[in-house]
Design a protein around this ligand. Structure first.
Ligand SMILES: Nc1ncnc2c1ncn2[C@@H]1O[C@H](COP(=O)(O)OP(=O)(O)OP(=O)(O)O)[C@@H](O)[C@H]1O
Length: 784
């Protein structure tokens, strides 16, 4: 629809008027922020001037504490106010540059007058008239913009449904107070604008999408009733984007009760964490908490075991070969089994059996001396009423053991070694003992003037110090032999359940790793689950919403652990079965294990079929790689066809890749990723390519904290969730991507490309390439 000159003039004038008002408000707020800041500085500087310190009398102490408290409260109130007004100022600054991006004219049923609603990243009120000059994109009425085109339209408010007619829907690109583009649109949110947005060059940070949210994405963002929302969507369909705008939406809708630190995102890797970290701040919200499942495993098990990480497992899986290595074959079978629902059920029934028999304990010892034998622990445990749950029995045992330890300590005081230790006490220890004694007696009458008493107290101190680690072990239930219980589980399976292939070798591998103090990645979560089932599940009630990105990579065990860990939270799980790259992927032939987590009543599944990231040509090529790919719809943005470049030796491979990278950089692409299959192949590629390039090349590995700008080399599994202007597959030959299990990895790597995709192959291309229609890519086998 073409817009008249008058429209342009009016709209320009409005932008001018609104930015002017925002400017006035900003100036006022800037002054306010300055004042509050100087208050904070001054209170911090003169904190002690205002406090009269007097601890010589009880009244003096009470007064001192009261004045300290008052001073601290005043400081924290000023600090809060500073944070608040600084955040408001930041928001206004953003609005000043881009006050709004959309407009709808809406007339409510039964009303005469239409209202023009302008949408921006935050609301802005005209103080003189009380009118909204800009509506927050998350306000109830703003959903009209995302859900409807001109015509009848409906939106939900807390007071019910509002129906009416949308007379106009207009989009703007406003930068620094000037309208760059403006057009009226139909039902979808301007394909034109979306095309422009998607055509731009990517960088190391994800962008907000509020101006161009699509209807199906809006359903995800505004869904506020399901306990579990599952988003199953094609690569590049906006799952992560929708989830992040959803966080912003929920923070807005529940602003009285929900804070950013009560929302937690589980990311596939730390690189991804940094990639998405700017989205919420750009929307004027604080960032939510971000972590990885691996970090959680480390936190829970890292003190007792060396926990293998998921990437080390993947490296093993991707570099080994079934035909050459029996260990490898057994481990692959073990990974699949240990990640299965069947194994989850086996662990659950094992736990039930432990209620009646089979618990294993470690004797409680001090050095060589046994304080409580294994047999006694065992006997005590099964002496409790069988109806008492395992964790509760252990809780009772903990109390019992602490009492036993006190009795033991009392007797131990008279042993010869104690006398020797007292003799050896340094003056520092002696003073510690004295201070401890004072503390225990509440600071009253503690003196070392009586020799016997002194000896007794020092003996108590010495024994207590010696028993400190024993007490700590009892506190953390270390007397339960968890490694033994996990090992025993495997003998149990031998007895009465169906066993996977290569069972003896799987048991052997598990035992060896445990004996070396290691937990293989596939064992870590089952082990944690068993530990929690026996000792009691850790829970976190503070977190109210958990978002699991790349949920297809989570095993049923991991999902179960998350469910139990966050019993009060709602969950959003984002996944794409076509990108299930782990060896345990067969655990999900569909999303059932995730869908079953909270049951159908509490679960909603939304599917996204449209892919926005890549050009039509790239989507048309990549969707052929995966089963069911026909359902993936490309967005109407065109670019060059993917290229397949076949070379015959590694030297040409490197020179061609270097030349291609340089070309792409010259053409203005900011992010060019050379994606290798594994970390070891990435290192090899990096070392060879670095000297051939004029631009600085970066190597990404599992411990890289953030995605580098510019050209980089990255292992395929680390590129998950992120995107690049151009992707060069380092070696897409049949040798590298030939096994069925590598299909999804190859798909994941190729779908990282936004504008250009080039697959280099050393020899025969992968069967996943050759299976594509030959007109879906350009083939080049000429020498460099
Ligand atoms: N409505 C939209 N408006 C503008 N850009 C969008 C929109 N939806 C998605 N995009 C863009 O498409 C790209 C892919 O989005 P995103 O990473 O959220 O997809 P995804 O489904 O999580 O992808 P993957 O599963 O492949 O990691 C991003 O650049 C994102 O900004």
């Amino acid at each position: 629809m073409s817009l008249s000159e008058q429209d342009w003039t009016q709209e320009e004038q409005r932008v001018h008027k609104v930015t002017e008002k925002i400017g006035v408000h900003m100036e006022r707020l800037e002054a306010e922020v300055g004042l509050v800041r100087s208050d904070v500085v001054s209170i911090r500087k003169h904190f002690w001037d205002e406090v009269t310190v007097d601890f010589s009398t009880t009244d003096g102490a009470v007064e001192t504490i009261a004045s300290l408290k008052q001073q601290a409260e005043m400081l924290s109130e000023r600090e809060r106010s500073h944070r608040h007004s600084s955040a408001a100022l930041m928001k206004l600054k953003r609005l000043y540059r881009t006050p709004y991006f959309g407009r709808i004219d809406f007339v409510e049923r039964g009303e005469r007058r239409e209202e023009a609603i302008y949408l921006g990243i935050a609301s802005f009120l005209d103080e003189d008239t009380g009118d909204y000059l800009v509506y927050d994109w998350r306000a109830p009425i703003s959903s009209l913009y995302y859900d409807y085109g001109p015509g009848e339209a409906v939106y939900e408010t807390p007071n019910g449904t509002v129906t009416g007619d949308m007379l106009l829907k207009r989009q703007y690109v406003i930068r620094d107070g000037h309208i760059h583009y403006m057009f009226d649109t139909g039902l979808t949110i301007g394909d034109e604008l979306l095309k422009q947005v998607l055509s731009r060059s990517s960088d190391a940070q994800m962008k907000t999408i509020v101006a161009t949210i699509q209807k199906e994405q809006n359903r995800i963002i505004r869904n506020d009733y399901s306990r579990m929302l599952i988003v199953q969507g094609a690569a590049g369909s906006g799952k992560t984007s929708a989830a992040l705008q959803r966080v912003a939406f929920l923070l807005y809708k529940h602003r009285e009760t929900l804070q950013a630190d009560q929302m937690l995102l589980f990311s596939p890797n730390p690189l991804f964490n940094s990639y998405v970290a700017t989205v919420l701040p750009e929307l004027g919200e604080d960032n939510m908490q971000q972590t990885t499942f691996q970090a959680y495993l480390e936190h829970r098990l890292g003190d007792s075991f060396e926990v293998e990480d998921s990437f080390a497992q993947l490296e093993y899986v991707l570099t080994g070969s079934e035909s050459e290595d029996a260990d490898y074959t057994a481990r692959m079978s073990g990974i699949a089994y240990k990640s299965s629902v069947q194994f989850l059920h086996t662990v659950q029934s094992y736990k039930q059996r432990l209620e009646r028999a089979g618990m294993l304990f470690k004797p409680i010892v001090m050095g060589e001396k046994e304080i409580v034998s294994e047999a006694r622990l065992h006997e005590r445990f099964y002496a409790y009423d069988a109806a008492i749950r395992l964790p509760n029995r252990l809780e009772l045992m903990r109390g019992w053991l602490k009492d036993l330890l006190d009795d033991f300590a009392e007797l131990e005081k008279h042993e010869g070694w104690v006398e020797d230790e007292i003799e050896l006490l340094s003056s520092e220890d002696y003073h510690r003992a004295y201070r401890q004694l004072r503390r225990m007696q509440g600071g009253r009458g503690a003196t070392f003037d009586d020799f016997d008493k002194e000896r007794d107290l020092l003996a108590g101190f010495v024994v207590r110090e010696r028993l400190r680690p024993v007490r700590a072990d009892i506190e953390r239930l270390a007397f339960v032999d968890m490694a033994g219980l996990y090992r025993q589980l495997f003998s149990d399976i031998s007895a009465d359940s169906p066993q996977p292939l290569h069972w003896p070798a799987i048991c052997e591998q598990t035992h060896c790793a445990l004996a070396a103090g290691k937990l293989l990645y596939e064992d870590a979560t089952p082990f944690l689950y068993l530990m929690e089932a026996v000792q009691g599940f850790h829970t976190n009630n503070a977190v109210r919403h958990v978002i699991v990105d790349e949920a297809q990579d989570y095993t049923p065990f991991q999902m179960e652990v998350l469910k139990r860990l966050f019993p009060r939270c709602r969950m959003t799980a984002l996944g794409d079965l076509n990108q299930a790259i782990y060896a345990h992927a067969s655990a999900y032939s569909d999303i059932d294990p995730i869908a079953d987590l909270y049951g159908p009543e509490q679960t909603e599944v939304i599917r996204l079929h449209r892919s926005y990231r890549s050009t039509r040509e790239i989507v048309e090529f990549t969707r052929g790689i995966v089963p069911g790919g026909d359902a993936i719809e490309p967005f109407t943005r065109s670019g060059a066809k993917p290229r397949v470049v076949r070379v015959s030796d590694r030297g040409s491979l490197h020179s061609r890749i270097a030349a291609e990278t340089e070309r792409l950089l010259r053409e203005g692409y900011a992010s060019v990723a050379i994606i290798a299959k594994t970390a070891s192949e990435s290192t090899l590629a990096y070392e060879a390519l670095k000297p051939l390039m004029s631009a600085p090349l970066r190597l990404m590995n599992p411990s890289s904290p953030e995605l580098a700008q510019g050209p980089l080399v990255i292992p395929s599994y680390l590129a998950k969730g992120v995107e690049f202007d151009a992707v060069l597959i380092y070696d897409g030959s049949g040798g590298q991507y030939g096994r069925e299990s590598e299909r999804k990895l190859f798909y994941t790597a190729c779908t990282r490309a936004m504008h250009e995709l080039c697959i280099f192959t050393l020899g025969e291309p992968s069967p996943f390439v050759l299976a594509q229609p030959s007109d879906s890519y350009d083939f080049d086998s000429s020498p460099a």
